[in-house]
Design a protein around this ligand. Sequence first.
Ligand SMILES: [Zn+2]
Ligand SMILES: [Zn+2]
Length: 234
Amino acid sequence: MGFWHRNITGSDSVKNCTQEKRAVEKPKEQISGGNAQTPKAKKLKIPLNKTTSEVKYILNSVVFSCPICDEINTLDLNELDPILGGETLCVQCQDVLHVPGGYRTRSELPKLKIYAGLPVAVRKFPVFYWNHPVIHELDERGITRIIIQYGLWGFCQRCHHQFSPAVLMNLPHTTGEIVDYRSLSSDEMVEMKSLRTGCCPYCSHRILLVIISEVPHYVISASENLSHRWDDRR
Ligand SMILES: [Zn+2]
Ligand SMILES: [Zn+2]
């Protein structure tokens, strides 16, 4: 978790008060605090999920080592949805693992990876989400809504309750921000209200295990066939 401390205290433009006298002779732009263009343009570098692409087939199962603890895990292919894949817990470290459905259908195999959950404090989730390269890429393509169906998984680290992606992606950055609850189900409302206070509604734990994965092409084309509402721009 040391990562977050590094980045959040990262405003370095104020550090050199002692050198201000010399700055009178050599004008420096950084002293005028008025240029509003730059401050937020700096993208936060966030940690990404650990993954493995070393996956073997044995009978009707995939066998792989956990990206976190290296323990060998086995998953029956029948437990994988061909499009949505499946989630499982590492038998050793109990981290959440996402296995893409392409392993079952053998689609896009060279690009597929198994993802392990990353611990993210509930309070830091919006920063993590909005700085994630996958989310930026989906946003540029105008298909961010696909993340409700595929690409974002969030679980309580302690009780493993799985949160709705629609709740997670709409979590506000600050406590004062107004949230539109109308599109949420009553279960999602419970999640939203509790996560806004920084904790799991069922066990009060404050850390999520989050996976944000790349969205394979077969998921995008399936979504285009199933429903057009995912891409509002067309
Ligand atoms: Zn493990
Ligand atoms: Zn919990």
